[in-house]
Design a binder for this molecule. Structure first.
Ligand code: ZN
Length: 153
């Protein structure tokens, strides 16, 4: 195993950092293991970036569609009473907000989203907006406290 000085042509061992004859600095060839490590490192970075983009797409661009469906109030992790004092709420695709206090679902009003905000209007002055976040099957609504809902199967 040897290389040739790129200045004077002297035969040099692969590990030589400078030429033994002319003193020219020699480029180090990356060893096969460090090349492999570099490829693995780059692959991991690419994989992480792709996963982050996918998660970002699912969480943020899900928008209105991410909320559509029935959600069950999680009393164990919520910090306050549920929206509409209801065991379950439903965000219908047509913008109707529905609630279930244990006797089936009834129309309660309207809902919509804008950016990361959920707007609801249940009539009788009961309206407002909350920050919403959907992660997998968990919906978190944040106002003065956090409400947690689990997607109904
Ligand atoms: Zn040389």
């Amino acid at each position: 195993m040897s290389k040739i000085c790129n200045n004077c042509g002297q035969d040099l061992p692969d590990s030589a950092a400078v030429c033994s004859l002319c003193g020219e600095a020699q480029q180090q060839k990356p060893s096969p293991t460090s090349k492999k490590k570099l490829i693995i490192f780059v692959s991991v970075i690419v994989a992480v970036v792709v996963v982050c983009i996918l998660i970002g797409v699912l969480v943020n661009i899900g928008g209105k569609n991410a909320l559509v469906g029935k959600w069950n109030y999680d009393m164990n992790t919520s910090e306050g009473p549920p929206l509409l004092l209801s065991d379950s709420i439903e965000f219908a695709p047509n913008g109707t907000l529905r609630y279930n206090q244990g006797y089936g679902f009834y129309d309660a009003g309207k809902w919509s989203v804008s950016g990361s905000k959920l707007y609801f209007d249940a009539g009788d002055g009961y309206e407002g907006s909350l920050e919403y976040k959907v992660r997998g099957n968990t919906l978190t609504l944040t106002g003065s406290y956090e409400l947690v809902y689990i997607k109904d199967k």
